[in-house]
Design a protein around this ligand. Structure first.
Ligand code: SAH
Length: 393
């Protein structure tokens, strides 16, 4: 099929020349044809020089680039990209690892596959398509995964119901595209977690916090730990190794249930752990004990640039509460996973929070995402997870 040609306004080719994989709608001068959402399109500069091929969407990101070469991104193209994503994870020691069998297998732009996320849970691959282009070839992607991972895969589950764009009008059903499996128990740094991708948030687990959870363990020894926005209790489980007590807070009932179950899986019925189903701000406002270590890992406060200012205020308010509440000599692990909030902006919010309390605050560590969530150097937006460990005098 002939691909629709898209020509950019003069000067708007610069970001593609720097290999940034998005074309914004405002950069488009003319489209020769009427592409449907998810179609492959070719992008040219104003002087008719080919720039890139990618998936089209009638939204602010109009093209997600698959290749800067004039090729046909057919199934063998995707097979090669997925093969490379797998070899990369072998090379960094994340596959065939005796203490880790939960990792991100494909990280969208970070793996040159914008719009495609695949997480691996001890034999089950869970896919989330963020573009119709990938949704249309979901069955092919599932069969490539089952073929390339043959000895280490039992099922591929497509969970794109909530992630393919609403505007497309396509309604997805979450389903197994290869094999079948009930909830899995995975191992992360030797700890066990139960993962239910059908009912859980995102693909079922926040794999991106693996290294930061490990870092937390270094600081939890003997401390009283408050894990805000605990979800499956990831940070709580690591803290339980050596903390005096661990409290998990989440507003979601099912999250609290999962956190309790995961604590139980690793430590049995241990009275050091308690969980509270309550809004984070309510909890911090009505706190009746002081903690030595607080984790703040809220959901993305900003999904779009137009709400950035509100999001930064949100991070500031939350961090003020924690810095005010923590015991002298306490430590806070504070995060932002909003893609539109830059590292600098997040740091400024925490700075503003600290200044507001007047307490002396030092930065011990600056955290990010682990290497199975690689950052495409040409796409700074793929570095979405930011965190600071701070010491409050
Ligand atoms: N720290 C977790 C991931 C957190 S995801 C981990 O390591 O796995 C964000 C969590 O915040 C979700 O579980 C969600 O239910 C919870 N949440 C969202 N809004 C909240 C609020 N206002 N108060 C408390 N929890 C909230």
């Amino acid at each position: 099929m002939e691909r629709v040609k898209i020509v950019l306004k003069s000067g708007k080719e610069q970001s593609l020349l720097r290999l940034h994989p998005w074309v914004f709608s405002g950069a488009i001068k003319k489209m020769y044809g009427n592409p449907a959402e998810g179609d492959l399109v070719d992008v040219y500069d104003n002087k008719d020089t080919f720039l890139a091929t990618g998936h089209y969407a009638p939204s602010s990101i109009s093209v997600r680039v698959l290749s800067f070469e004039q090729i046909n991104p057919d199934i063998s193209f995707f097979r090669e990209k997925i093969k490379k994503a797998i070899s990369y994870r072998k090379a960094i020691g994340i596959t065939d690892n005796p203490i880790i069998n939960v990792f991100r297998l494909i990280h969208g732009e970070g793996d040159g596959l914008p719009g495609l996320i695949v997480d691996y849970y001890n034999g089950v691959a869970v896919m989330q398509m963020h573009s119709l282009g990938f949704y249309r070839i979901r069955k092919e992607i599932a069969s490539i995964l089952s073929e390339l991972l043959k000895d280490s895969i039992i099922a591929v589950y497509d969970k794109s119901e909530g992630t393919i764009p609403h505007m497309s009008g396509v309604s997805a059903t979450n389903e197994f595209l290869f094999g079948n499996s009930g909830p899995a128990t995975v191992t992360e740094n030797g700890y066990k977690f139960k993962i239910d991708w059908t009912t859980g948030q995102k693909t079922g687990f926040f794999i991106d916090q693996r290294n930061n959870r490990k870092l937390l363990q270094n600081y939890s020894d003997g401390r009283s730990v408050l894990n805000m926005f605990g979800y499956t209790g990831g940070f709580s489980v690591y803290a339980m190794k050596n903390a005096a007590l661990v409290h998990t807070v989440d507003s979601s009932f099912s999250a609290i249930e999962l956190a309790n179950e995961n604590i139980n899986l690793n430590f049995g019925d241990d009275p050091r752990h308690k969980s509270f189903q309550v809004d984070a701000f309510d909890y911090l406002n009505n706190i009746n004990e002081k903690y030595d270590l607080i984790i703040l890992d809220p959901p993305a406060f900003a999904k779009h640039n137009n709400v950035l200012a509100n999001a930064l205020q949100g991070y500031k308010r939350l961090n003020i509460k924690a810095i005010e509440q923590i015991k002298p000599g306490g430590i806070i692990f504070t995060f932002s996973c909003s893609q539109v909030v830059s590292k600098e902006n997040f740091r400024k919010s925490v700075f503003a929070a600290a200044a507001n309390t007047g307490r002396s605050v030092r930065i011990l560590h600056q955290m990010s995402q682990p290497p199975d969530h690689p950052v495409n150097i040409y796409h700074p937006e793929s570095e979405y997870l930011k965190g600071l460990v701070i010491y409050v005098e």
